[in-house]
Design a protein around this ligand. Structure first.
Ligand SMILES: [Zn+2]
Length: 346
C-alpha cells in the first residue's frame, strides 16, 4: 500500500510517499481503508525524534484518520465492514490504575496513533475496536479526520480542567493552531467572551469571523497590558497557553485573581520563567492537560454532533503532498487543520 513514511534520512526527504506493507490485524482491532487523515504538531515531533522514540524507519505517522472499515479482527463484534468511522487517537493499556479509573490519558503506557504504533498516513491503518467511532452525519471525510485530536484536547482543557462557564473571559494564545482554534469554537459555543492573540493580522481577522470578541497582535502589542486595559485591570478568568516560553509570565499576568491557566503544550519552550509570587498571592491555578479520556471523547463527539460545530480546515492536500503540508505547519502558516486526502477520496 502507499504511505507517507518517515525514512530517517535528513531534511524534507525524511518524509517519503512510498510503498510499505499493509498492517496486520490483531483480534481486537479494526482495519480501516483511509479516506482522509489530518496533521498535528505531534507528527513533526515524531518525524524529528524517530531514534529517541525507538521507532524503526520507515515509520508511518498520523494520529487522526477517517475511512471505511475493511476488515475486522476475530473478536470484534460491534463494528461492521463498510462502516464510516473516525478514530480516537489515544491508546491506553486498559489495566493500569488510571485506565481502571477511566482516565485513559493518564495511562502509564499512554500512546497516540502514529507515535507509538503505525499511524493514519497510509491507504490502510489498524486501530483498537474501542477507538473506532461512527462519523457524525453531515461530516465530510476531511472534516471527520480533522477534529478528533484537537477537539478532545481542547474539551478536556476547557470543560474538565478549567471548567469554563458562560459569561467568563477566556484568553487563547496563538490562534490558528488546531487546539487553539477548537478552544475558541468550544468557548464561543458555551458563551464566553474570547480574547485571542496572533502575530498575523489575517489570522486575527479569521478568528473574528469565528466569533472572537477581542483580537490582539502580540508582535505589535503587549497582550497582557491590552487584556488588563480592556478588562479594566481585572484580567481574564482563563488563559489557554500552549506556547510556553517567554509568553508564560505574561499569561500569568493576564489572569484575574483566582484565575486558571491551562496548558497542553509548549511550542516556544517547555522551561519558561514563572512567577510564583503571582501564583500564590493571586491564588492562580495551573492545569496541565493531555488529550482526553473515553468519556470526554464521547462528550465531545456529542457536542460536535448536536451543535453542528465543524473543524476549521486550512488546506486539503493529497497524501503524496504530505511533506509540503508538514512544512506549512512547521512554519506556522496554517489557520485550522491541514488534511490529507487518501485512497478513493483523493
Ligand atoms: Zn493504562
Amino acid at each position: 500500500m502507499k504511505a507517507l513514511a518517515i525514512t530517517g534520512q535528513e531534511g524534507k526527504e525524511k518524509v517519503q510517499y512510498m510503498d510499505v506493507e499493509r498492517p496486520t490485524l490483531g483480534p481486537r482491532e479494526v482495519l480501516v481503508e483511509t479516506r482522509a487523515a489530518a496533521l498535528n504538531r505531534l507528527d513533526i515531533f515524531v518525524r524529528n525524534n524517530l531514534p529517541s522514540l525507538k521507532l524503526a524507519p520507515p515509520h508511518i505517522a498520523g494520529a487522526d484518520g477517517a475511512g471505511v472499515v475493511a476488515e475486522l479482527g476475530a473478536e470484534v463484534r460491534t463494528i461492521k465492514v463498510g462502516d464510516r468511522v473516525l478514530i480516537n487517537p489515544g491508546l491506553s493499556c486498559g489495566v493500569c490504575e488510571f485506565c481502571q479509573a477511566g482516565e485513559q490519558s493518564l495511562c502509564v503506557r499512554f500512546g497516540i496513533m502514529g507515535e507509538t504504533c503505525p499511524g493514519t498516513f497510509a491507504e490502510y491503518f489498524t486501530a483498537p475496536q474501542e477507538n473506532v467511532h461512527p462519523v457524525p452525519e453531515g461530516f465530510s471525510w476531511e472534516e471527520a479526520a480533522a477534529f478528533p485530536l484537537v477537539f478532545v484536547t481542547a474539551w478536556r482543557m476547557l470543560i474538565s480542567k478549567a471548567q469554563i462557564k458562560p459569561g467568563e473571559d477566556i484568553l487563547i494564545l496563538g490562534i490558528g493552531g488546531g487546539v487553539s482554534t477548537a478552544a475558541l469554537q468550544i468557548a464561543k459555543a458555551v458563551g464566553l467572551r474570547a480574547f485571542v492573540t496572533s502575530s498575523r493580522d489575517e489570522k486575527l481577522q479569521r478568528a473574528k469571523n469565528l466569533g472572537a470578541d477581542v483580537v490582539i497582535n502580540y508582535k505589535t502589542q503587549d497582550f497582557a497590558r491590552e487584556v488588563r486595559e480592556i478588562t479594566k485591570r481585572r484580567g481574564v478568568d482563563i488563559v489557554v497557553d500552549s506556547v510556553g516560553g517567554d509568553t508564560y509570565a505574561k499569561s500569568l499576568a493576564s489572569l484575574v485573581k483566582g484565575g486558571r491557566l491551562v496548558t497542553c503544550g509548549a511550542t516556544a519552550g517547555p522551561r519558561p520563567q514563572t512567577d510564583l509570587q503571582r501564583i500564590f498571592w493571586n491564588q492562580l491555578s495551573v492545569f496541565g492537560s493531555t488529550m482526553g479520556n473515553r468519556r470526554e471523547f464521547a462528550e465531545m463527539l456529542n457536542f460536535v454532533r448536536q451543535r453542528g460545530v465543524k473543524p476549521v480546515i486550512d488546506q486539503v492536500l493529497s497524501l503524496s503532498e504530505g511533506a509540503n503540508a508538514m512544512a506549512r505547519m512547521e512554519q506556522g502558516q496554517q489557520f485550522g487543520k491541514l488534511v490529507l486526502k487518501v485512497g478513493d477520496n483523493a
